[in-house]
Design a protein around this ligand. Structure first.
Ligand SMILES: C[S@@+](CC[C@H](N)C(=O)[O-])C[C@H]1O[C@@H](n2cnc3c(N)ncnc32)[C@H](O)[C@@H]1O
Length: 258
């Protein structure tokens, strides 16, 4: 197997098919504890990053939203809530809708089991599909989000092209992902925390150390902010901007389908 035929799964090189299977295994294993582990790992800070991401997306009444790799549906629910608030402020009664799309049925089931879905009945849909081969026609959505998902794709470029294809002209893309730290002085402390603490906490909370070892390794394999920005532009997005969160631990890439 030549290196061109392989992709990274953490620090290992594997075939694209193997990466898809192993990523499915990771999230099947942690699905039922996924939300609680996120809070433990980041001391709740991931909620602030997501909050800022959704405010930047600025959901509007009547819009169609697709949350790719949406897992338990946090961004989709936030989209509907913010769109309704915007509608109330302007007296616009149009109804926004959202779809949580994820390759892993266990993550979707964990999301559907949450108690806070009832208010979105008929407006929030759950679809099991690969984000790099979306089951939607061209120009189907006004806004597309993906948080902490694209790092897990076997073919990231194919994914970005799909996002562009399914967005309407003028549609917005928000990609929230772990990124590279901008403050070198903090890198050492971050490395110690990532490699020594996160897998152990993962073991205690979810019973699965390896999945959290994959998490920290996959973050190190992900391109830096500027390289990823160039990939998004190559997929056809315009006016792509980068916002670093917590010194680059995470970054929001925001772009327009024009
Ligand atoms: C770290 S979780 C993020 C979940 C959610 N977006 C969040 O921020 O809490 C990553 C998700 O990406 C999904 N995923 C990985 N590869 C995917 C793919 N090719 N297509 C769709 N979803 C994928 C996983 O099943 C998992 O639910």
């Amino acid at each position: 197997m030549s290196e061109q035929d392989t992709v990274s799964f953490g620090f290992e090189q594997v075939t694209p098919d193997e990466k898809v299977d192993r990523v499915k295994g990771v999230f099947r294993s942690v699905a039922s504890k996924y939300d609680v582990m996120n809070d433990f790992m980041s001391a709740g800070v991931h909620r602030l990053w997501k909050h800022d991401t959704m405010n930047r997306l600025n959901p509007q009444p009547g819009e169609r939203h697709l949350d790719v790799a949406g897992g338990t549906g946090e961004l989709a629910r936030a989209f509907l809530k913010l769109a309704d608030e915007a509608g109330k402020r302007r007296g616009d009664k149009r109804i926004a809708t959202a779809i949580v799309c994820d390759i892993n049925d266990a993550m979707l089931e964990a999301g559907k089991a949450r108690g806070d879905n009832a208010e979105w009945e008929g407006r929030l849909d759950w679809v099991c599909a690969d984000g790099s081969a979306l089951p939607y026609p061209d120009r189907s959505f006004d806004a597309l989000t993906i948080s902490f998902g694209i790092r897990n794709f076997a073919d990231r470029v194919a994914g970005l092209r799909e996002f562009k294809r399914v967005l309407n002209p003028g549609g917005r893309l928000a990609v929230l992902e772990f990124s590279q730290m901008t403050a070198p002085m903090l890198q050492k402390a971050y490395d110690v925390y990532s490699f020594n603490v996160i897998p152990e906490v993962g073991k205690i909370v979810t019973g699965d150390r390896d999945s959290y070892q994959y998490l920290v390794e996959s973050i190190r394999q992900f391109p830096d902010q500027e390289t990823f920005k160039a990939e998004i532009e190559s997929a056809g997005f315009s006016n792509v901007s980068v916002t670093n969160f917590s010194g680059g631990i995470a970054a929001l890439h925001f772009g327009w389908a024009i």
